[in-house]
Design a protein around this ligand. Sequence first.
Ligand code: BTN
Length: 240
Amino acid sequence: MNTIYFDEIDSTNSYLKREYVSLSDQTLVYTKHQTKGKGRLGRVWQDDSNSLLFSILLKKDIQDKKINLLPLLTGVSLFETLNELGIVSQIKWPNDVLIKDKKCAGILLESIYESKLDALILGIGVNLNNKSFPLELKDKATSLFLETKQLYEKEPFLEIFIRKFEQRYQKFLQNDFSFIDILKKNSYLDNKKVKLNYYNEDKVCHVIQINDDGTLKVKDEEGKIYDMNSGEVTLEKNYH
Ligand code: BTN
């Protein structure tokens, strides 16, 4: 993977969006600090330089129906990275990684369409060495430091992640989706009551499981079963 580093940038996702034409497939850009970090749903992703902030550019021709699997594959790669560091985590479908009920990493997938799908950008934020979080995030965010009392250097973490991601991504391109087994075994949402957005309507549902194709099987309050492709899921009590 080609790697680019900036001491500071607006957002690693925005950088790749601007520069993707001249950059090669699987370029990774990381930075110490973002001045305009983006979270999902237009939210701001703030950092105090203690998080690992990076984005990966993908320029291979990826069929539309496989795109939703990429954040899941990334979540599994993060899970495997943490596992190699001796940290137990769970993957919260479809975009987050949690340690003991609190989010330690988030994934933002953006796509660039000109006349066709030109490129995909996977943006990843990992709370590595954060000592504290703003009040509104305190109950729902954590860092590797807060969980293990150890400090983590960014490059060694990235190296492990890249190795895990590249293995999974090569297989994915050959339609080997074995990462879904890891996802199913380490899914945070199984049996939880969640609120999710279904065609612009909030629905309270019970999560049954992650299906073999990576969709989320849920049951609504009338007992109707849905297989969700993507979407924002919040826990009924503990909003993540
Ligand atoms: C989320 O949980 O809302 C997704 C957060 C994604 C944040 C990362 S940090 C690196 C990359 N650049 C951005 O501007 N956002 C992503």
